[in-house]
Design a protein around this ligand. Sequence first.
Ligand code: NIG
Ligand code: FE
Length: 441
Amino acid sequence: MIIKNIGELVGIVPEGVLRKQGAEMAETGVLKDAWLAIEDGKIKAFGKMADLVGHDVPGSAPSVIPGGDSSVIPGSDSSVIPGGDSSVIPGTDRESIDAQGGMVLPAFCDSHTHIVYAGSRDGEFLDKINGLSYEEIAARGGGILNSSDLLHGTSEDDLFEQSMVRVREMMRKGTGAIEIKSGYGLNPADELKMLRVIRRIKDSVPALVRVTFLGAHAIGRGYTHEGYVQAVVDMMPQAAEYADFVDVFCDEGFFTVEDTSRILEAGAACGLRPKIHANELAVSGGVQVGVKHGALSVDHLERTTDVEIEVLRGSETMPTMLPGSSFFLGIPFGRAKEFIGAGLGVALASDYNPGSSPSGDMRFVMALGCIRMRLTPVQALNAVTLNSAYAMGLSDITGSITPGKRADLLLTRPGWTLTKLPYLYQTPFLRTVFLGGRALE
Ligand code: NIG
Ligand code: FE
């Protein structure tokens, strides 16, 4: 299949680049007036329309990619078209889609969500409007424990159906890879129920799904603090049958650095790499403990100091910020620009959950990144695609326009540019979402 007459093909990244850091965050490959070929669900090749028209093969001259501004320039050969078999690419027997000048970009990657939950917490929304903080709502039995009670009373099938409504909404809005956490079970039976539901979602959708065991999200009802930490450690082998990652809410009033260390060690013994909730409510030590245990990402970071920036430098850990939570809770936004200035990468994710970020709209996340964190549209794009894919261990197979990666692509309506995405942040922009090369119904 070939998509022709693409106004701008945005998000081209050379093969082998798994994340962007520092000044690289301001770069992405852009090809104007382009085509892109998909084969076996993957990006096969792309190039300039001028090299397609009237030829059987795309021109041999690399029609590379105007330089100049910050929005540009991957490797010199990025418009040409690995894959050898170029003579078939323009073939008329292939299905062809006319993009009519629309933009094509990588589908969004959302590396931090809690979208498996039961019922609704709109009552807490009213408490919040009336002035209660997230911590105060939690202390009154709202918050995570409220979701845990609702989940306990919901059948597995019902939980799956309720959660699938959100997953479908996210895919329709352009998300092609999703990390989903447990953490509203808070006892062995209900945590496993959540993990089975996440597995079922993974097996049912064309989006890529990564599974995280967040048993340590809050102290389960009926447990002492110490007893619950031990219970999480004890759940690990069974959780690891479903999970790719282990997460701990390492924050004031939830789990300490010592708890976190214990749980991460138990996770490592079962082959689970950490992703950590850190520094949402206070400077928690979560960044340090995460980096020490080789976390793939440390997430939230609303209250981070220069010390944490220093700790992250030179690590394999992706700092991940969740501007939807900052927006909804009215807490500080992460210091993304300073992280980038210090040479770090930044990923942005939705944190979609019923208590602190009731939206999985990654275009809105991108807009908050630009409007509230002052990222450029290219920086924000890298943060919601390649870097967020990295934060799920998926950036070798999705998150950019790179031959050989999955064709997880967004085709916009005509007239859209990268800058307009976060700027006109409420205007419908999508024409077609392709996941694994197939148009989403
Ligand atoms: O990432 N911070 C901890 N967990 C979620 C909130 C979960 C909830 O309130 O249900 C978060 O913000
Ligand atoms: Fe979260």
